[in-house]
Design a binder for this molecule. Structure first.
Ligand code: PRX
Length: 635
C-alpha cells in the first residue's frame, strides 16, 4: 500500500495541484490501484452541492472487510493485526494476527446472520474498548449491516435516543466495562435504555467483568457460546459503493444528535489514503490511537484506516491516569509503538504531572506523534514535541470531524514543516477555503474566516440518518455550494491553517463535541428549573469547560443551592453522560435576550470567561439590566 505515499514537499505541492485540477483523475488512480473491488465504478464522483447529494465511485461493488482483512492474508496472514492492551497492566495483553482476525470476524458475521440480522439492518454496539468491539463492528460491515457504535460512557437515555433514531434491531454489549479504577455496569444501562426501544429484538452480551447481570428471556444471549458454535466461513456481502457502512452520532448546536451516515467505498478510500500519508506508516510499524472506537477517530484510525493498510493497531482499554500518569508511556515502550495519536486534553493533563512519568521511558520507537479533536495550545504542543517526541518526531496536528470521515488538514510528517498550533495545509484532494461574513471567499492570507471545503472528497458523510433536510441546512446552506465545517480558522502568510474553534453553539470539552441545546434541554427537565443557558469557558486541561446560567422556578428558589447544583449535574449525567457535566453553575433571575427572544450567548461567554471589559451594544436587549446582575453574581 505504498503506491499512494507522498515522498517530499515538492511532490506534495505537485499532488495537491493535480488533485485540484482534476479531482476525478486523482481519486480514480488511488482507488483503482490500492483496493480489491468486485466491480469498478462507472463514474468517480457525482454531486450536487446545492442539494447536498454526493456519490463516489458510482455503481462500484466492494466489501470493506475484504479490503481490511482478506486481501492481506496471502502475504501477511501471520502479521499482528490488533494488539489489545487491557485497563489493568497486570492483565496480559493479547494480540490477533490477520488470520485470527479473519476467523473471528467471519464467525461473528455468521452469528449476526443466524440471529436474523440482514444487510441494511442497524445494529447498536455499546461495548468497552475490548477486542469484541472491533470484531463486532467489522462483522456488521462484512454482512452489510449498518453499525451504530455508541460510546460506552453515554447514559441509558442517550443510548435509547440513538437506538430509536435509527431503529436498531440488535444491541451488542457486555456485562460491564473497566475504566481506570471504575467498573461500569453496561448491561444494566442497556436494560434501562431498552425499556423504551421497541425496535430491538435481540441483545448479545460479551463477558468482560464477570459481574452478575439480568438476562431477559427471549431477548438476551451470551455472545461466546454463539461464536463458538458458528462457522468461520463467511463470504462477505457484496456492497454497493454508496450503501451505508455506519451511522455515528455527533452533537449539533440544536436539536437531537445527528446520525452521520458514512457510506462504503468513499470512506474506505479516504481513510486508507489519509492513514498512509498522515502517519507515514511503514510495514512492521505499530500504530496506536488512544481514542475510543465510539468516536470517529477510533472508527477511522483504530480500525478502518490501519487495517486497510495491513497495519498493526493497538486497542487500549484504559485511561492515561491509571494506575498512574505513566501509563501511556509504559504502553508505548511495551509494544514499541511507532505512531502515537492522542488528544490535546490528554497531553495537557499529563503535562501537569511530574516529568518523571514520561522521562522514565526512552520512547525511542516513536516516529510520528499526532493530535486531534481540539486546538492544541502552544504550551501543550511544545511539551508533546519535546518530551514525547524528543524533538525528532513530527507532530501532526490533524483537523477533521465526524462528518468528514477522515483527516482534512494536517502536516505530512517529514515533509510539511510543522508550526505549533497550526494544522498546516490541506491534504491533496481537499479544497479548503475561508469565507467572510458577506459569504465571499477570502483570497488574502493572515485573516480569519469560516472554514469551508469547496469540492467533495470521498470520505464526506452523505446525509443525516432520516433527515437529509437537516444535513443540507447544517452543512450546505450557510455558504451555498460549499461544505461548511462550523469552525473558524486563521490562514497565515504561507497558507497554513490554524483552527480557532467553533463558530456555532457546539462546545468542545476534552475533545468531545457537545451541543448546548441537548444539555439545556436536560437541565430544563429538572423540576426546579425554569430555563438555562450553557456557554463554554477556557479550562487548563479540558480546553473548554461548561458554565451554566440557570433560572429557577419558585419552588427551586427555596432550596439549598449547592444541593440543587449537584442534582442538576446528576440530571445531566443521567440524560446525556458524565462528559456533559457543568464545571460551574450560576443561578440567575434572568438571561440577556434580544427582542426576538434569542439568548445573547456572546455576553454570557464573556461573563463566564471573567472578561467584563466590552459587552458591545446591550441597548438592543429586552432586559439590559440583567447583565450587571449576572456579572455581579459571577461565581
Ligand atoms: O472544532 C473542531 C475540533 O473538533 C470538531 C469535530 O469534532 P468531532 O466531530 O467530535 O471529531 C473529532 C475528531 C476528528 C471540529 O469541528 N477539532 C478537531 N480536530 C481539531 C479540532 N480543532 C482544532 N484542531 C484540530 N486538530
Amino acid at each position: 500500500m505504498s503506491r499512494y505515499k507522498i515522498s517530499n514537499f515538492e511532490e506534495y505541492f505537485k499532488e495537491y495541484k493535480k488533485s485540484i485540477k482534476d479531482p476525478k483523475k486523482f481519486w480514480d488512480k488511488i482507488a483503482s490501484e490500492n483496493f480489491t473491488w468486485y466491480q469498478e465504478w462507472d463514474k468517480v464522483v457525482d454531486f450536487n452541492m446545492a442539494e447536498a447529494e454526493i456519490k463516489w465511485f458510482v455503481d462500484a461493488k466492494v466489501n470493506i472487510t475484504k479490503n481490511c482483512i482478506d486481501r492481506h492474508l496471502a502475504k501477511k496472514g501471520d502479521k499482528t493485526a490488533i494488539i489489545f492492551e487491557p485497563n489493568n497492566p497486570d492483565e496480559a495483553s493479547q494480540s490477533f494476527t490477520y488470520n485470527e482476525l479473519h476467523q473471528k470476524v467471519s464467525k461473528m458475521a455468521n452469528v449476526l446472520l443466524s440471529q436474523g440480522i440482514q444487510k441494511g439492518d442497524r445494529v447498536c454496539i455499546y461495548l468497552p474498548m475490548i477486542p469484541e468491539l472491533a470484531i463486532a463492528t467489522l462483522a456488521c460491515a462484512r454482512i452489510g449491516a449498518i453499525h451504530s457504535v455508541v460510546f460506552a460512557g453515554f447514559s441509558a437515555s442517550a443510548v435509547a435516543a440513538r437506538i430509536n433514531d435509527s431503529e436498531c434491531k440488535m444491541v451488542i454489549t457486555s456485562d460491564g466495562g473497566y475504566r481506570g479504577n471504575k467498573t461500569i455496569d453496561l448491561k444494566g444501562i442497556v436494560d434501562e435504555a431498552l425499556v423504551n426501544c421497541p425496535s430491538v429484538e435481540k441483545v448479545l452480551v460479551a463477558k468482560r467483568t464477570n459481574t452478575d447481570v439480568q438476562m431477559k428471556e427471549g431477548r438476551d444471549q451470551w455472545l461466546a457460546p454463539l461464536v463458538e458454535k458458528a462457522s468461520d466461513n463467511n463470504a462477505a456481502e457484496i456492497m454497493d459503493a454508496e450503501d451505508p457502512l455506519f451511522i455515528l452520532y455527533t452533537s449539533g448546536s440544536t436539536g437531537k444528535p445527528k446520525g452521520m451516515v458514512h457510506t462504503t467505498a468513499g470512506y474506505m478510500v479516504y481513510t486508507a489514503y489519509t492513514f498512509q500519508n498522515v502517519f507515514n506508516y511503514e510495514e512492521n510499524d505499530v500504530f496506536w490511537c488512544t481514542a475510543d472506537i465510539g468516536w470517529i477517530t477510533g472508527h477511522s484510525y483504530i480500525l478502518y484506516g490501519p487495517l486497510l493498510n495491513g497495519a498493526t493497531t493497538v486497542i487500549f482499554e484504559g485511561v492515561p491516569s491509571y494506575p498512574d500518569f505513566s501509563r501511556f508511556w509504559e504502553v508505548i515502550e511495551k509494544h514499541k509503538v511507532n505512531q502515537f495519536y492522542t488528544a490535546p486534553t490528554a497531553i495537557r493533563a499529563l503535562a501537569k504531572e511530574s516529568l518523571d512519568y514520561v522521562q522514565k521511558y526512552p520512547l525511542s520507537s516513536l516516529k510520528v506523534i499526532g493530535s486531534v479533536g481540539e486546538p492544541i495550545n502552544e504550551e501543550a504542543w511544545h511539551w508533546y514535541n519535546d518530551h514525547v517526541g524528543g524533538k525528532r518526531c513530527p507532530v501532526v496536528d490533524t483537523w477533521w470531524q465526524t462528518e468528514t470521515g477522515g483527516i482534512l488538514i494536517s502536516p505530512i510528517p517529514f515533509i510539511t514543516p510543522t508550526k505549533p498550533t497550526y494544522a498546516t495545509l490541506p491534504l491533496p484532494g481537499i479544497q479548503a477555503v475561508l469565507m467572510d461574513e458577506k459569504r465571499n471567499e477570502i483570497e488574502d492570507n493572515q485573516v480569519v474566516g469560516s472554514l469551508c471545503i469547496k469540492f467533495p472528497w470521498p470520505g464526506i458523510a452523505r446525509t443525516i440518518w432520516g433527515d437529509h433536510k437537516r444535513y443540507k441546512e447544517t452543512y450546505f446552506s450557510t455558504f451555498p455550494g460549499k461544505y461548511f465545517s462550523g469552525d473558524g480558522a486563521l490562514r497565515d502568510e504561507v497558507g497554513y491553517y490554524r483552527i480557532t474553534g467553533r463558530v456555532d453553539d457546539v462546545i468542545i470539552v476534552s475533545g468531545h463535541n457537545l451541543g448546548t441545546a441537548p444539555i439545556e434541554d436536560a437541565i430544563n427537565e429538572h423540576p426546579a428549573v425554569a430555563e438555562s443557558a450553557i456557554v463554554g469557558f477556557p479550562h487548563d486541561i479540558k480546553g473548554n469547560a461548561l458554565y451554566g446560567f440557570v433560572i429557577l422556578k419558585e419552588t427551586g428558589e427555596k432550596r439549598d443551592k449547592a444541593n440543587l447544583a449537584k442534582e442538576i449535574n446528576q440530571h445531566i449525567a443521567d440524560h446525556i453522560g458524565p462528559i456533559a457535566k457543568l464545571d460551574k453553575i450560576q443561578f440567575v433571575s434572568g438571561l440577556p435576550k434580544t427582542r426576538s427572544g434569542k439568548i445573547m450567548r456572546r455576553i454570557l461567554r464573556k461573563i463566564a470567561e471573567g472578561d467584563f471589559s466590552n459587552f458591545g451594544d446591550t441597548t438592543t436587549l429586552l432586559n439590559p439590566e440583567i447583565v450587571d446582575e449576572i456579572k455581579n453574581g459571577k461565581i
